[in-house]
Write a new protein. Structure first.
Length: 410
């Protein structure tokens, strides 16, 4: 019997028991579809985390002020002003791996345009802040050097603020009031979406640092050059580990801290924070795919059971084939092809259901999915391996039957 004859005989046997063949392949269908859907969901979540990383700014660290201790009571972060604009200038000049260091202060302001108003957070910053955050101006323009130096009343708005105040009106060049102070809208920031910490990054506004000090936030920001944070952007990811050590040493020197004193500032590596979330997502993806793979094993066991039943039902057929010259290898090949064919057909149907199910999840649950060709190929290949593995024993059993005993079987 040629391999082609064995394939045709196997397909004929499967067609004779079509319903049973479909039910047998059902486990493989469900398993392959489940693996593809689970991996697509996990890959979509990973892609979303990567998008969030890019939105925060690559290779970024944030320096925050420390906390004060009064009569044994520790106050919250920022209660002790320990970082300044001068620190940002020193970081830029003394650490070669730093691309930019942007000092900023933050507060709340009520925005008013016409009969509409909106309260949001406001940042007083320099142009380095936009560079460190990789936050370009989508429309309009950024601040000029003169506007930054003189504390001009100009503002950049996030998309959420624009949508809340202007609707269909063009905001560029319009005058709005921030806590009763008139400001000109010079630009609209590119949309960033949600941050890794869950807040809307586009619900914000940026004004020159001097302007925020003197005209809006006032209070403790009026005296001296202290700031609420410094965004430090490194030139590449490889320099961040050594750069963090240099950053800490420089800040300790500038704050005149002795070796036995704790840091009176905080350094947050945003890349590490978000990467840990990405790693958690990857682990969950592997876990989900592993659980879904159990369905493939269950489907393989189903194939082996049905093939054993098929061998018993076709014992006389096997004896007749052997009597007219079929060898053990031919019988083994025929039953093995039947098992593998069942698995591959189930795998193909499962791929279709998996891709369709992934899109359905994306539409109904509004969850990002990303179908990866590697996961599809692995699931299909695993289905073929399952067919070979669980089909071998029934095929081997059929090939070992004694022809005379098989012909006598009732």
């Amino acid at each position: 019997m040629t391999p082609l004859d064995a394939i045709m005989a196997a397909l004929k046997a499967l067609r004779l028991n079509m319903l049973r063949s479909i039910l047998t392949a059902l486990g493989i269908i469900i398993g392959v579809a489940a693996v593809i859907i689970m991996v697509a969901i996990g890959a979509g979540a990973e892609a979303r985390v990567e998008m969030i990383i890019r939105s925060m700014g690559a290779n970024l660290m944030i320096i925050l002020p420390g906390s004060s201790n009064t009569a044994g009571v520790r106050q919250g972060r920022g209660s002790r002003p320990t970082i300044s604009e001068d620190d940002a200038a020193a970081i830029r000049s003394e650490i070669p791996s730093v691309h930019s260091a942007a000092p900023s202060i933050r507060g709340q302001a009520q925005f008013i345009y016409g009969n509409l108003n909106w309260q949001t957070q406001i940042f007083g910053a320099t142009r380095d802040y936009l560079d460190a955050r990789e936050w370009p101006v989508a429309r309009g323009r950024a601040f000029t050097d003169d506007e930054i130096r003189t504390g001009a009343k100009v503002v950049l708005l996030g998309k959420s603020v624009v949508d809340s105040l202007f609707g269909e009106i063009e905001p560029i060049g319009q005058t709005i009031r921030l806590d009763r102070v008139p400001f000109e809208v010079t630009g609209i920031l590119q949309q960033k979406g949600q941050s890794p910490f869950g807040f809307d990054q586009d619900d914000t506004a940026i004004v020159p640092l001097v302007t925020a000090r003197q005209r809006l936030l006032g209070g403790r920001w009026l005296s001296g050059r202290t700031v609420g944070s410094i965004h430090v952007k490194f030139r590449n990811p490889e320099s961040m580990e050594a750069g963090e050590r240099q950053l800490r040493e420089l800040m300790r020197q500038r704050n005149r801290l002795r070796p036995n004193q704790e840091d009176n500032f905080q350094i947050r590596n945003l890349s590490q924070i978000v990467e840990s979330r990405a790693e958690t997502t990857r682990v969950m993806t592997i876990l989900l795919a592993s659980v879904a793979s159990v369905s493939l094993l269950v489907g393989g066991i189903g194939i082996m059971n049905i093939m054993l039943v098929s061998v018993t039902e076709r014992t006389r057929e096997i004896g007749l084939r052997m009597a007219i010259g079929a060898e053990s290898g031919d019988i083994r090949r025929q039953f093995l092809i039947e098992a593998v064919t069942l698995s591959l057909i189930g795998g193909l149907i499962g791929i279709g259901l998996g891709i369709g199910g992934s899109h359905l999840v994306a539409d109904l649950a509004e969850w990002p999915v990303l179908i990866e060709i590697d996961s599809v190929l692995v699931a299909f290949g695993f289905a073929a391996v399952v067919g070979v593995f669980f089909g071998f024993y029934p095929a081997h059993k059929a090939s070992r039957l004694d022809p005379i005993e098989a012909l006598r079987y009732e």
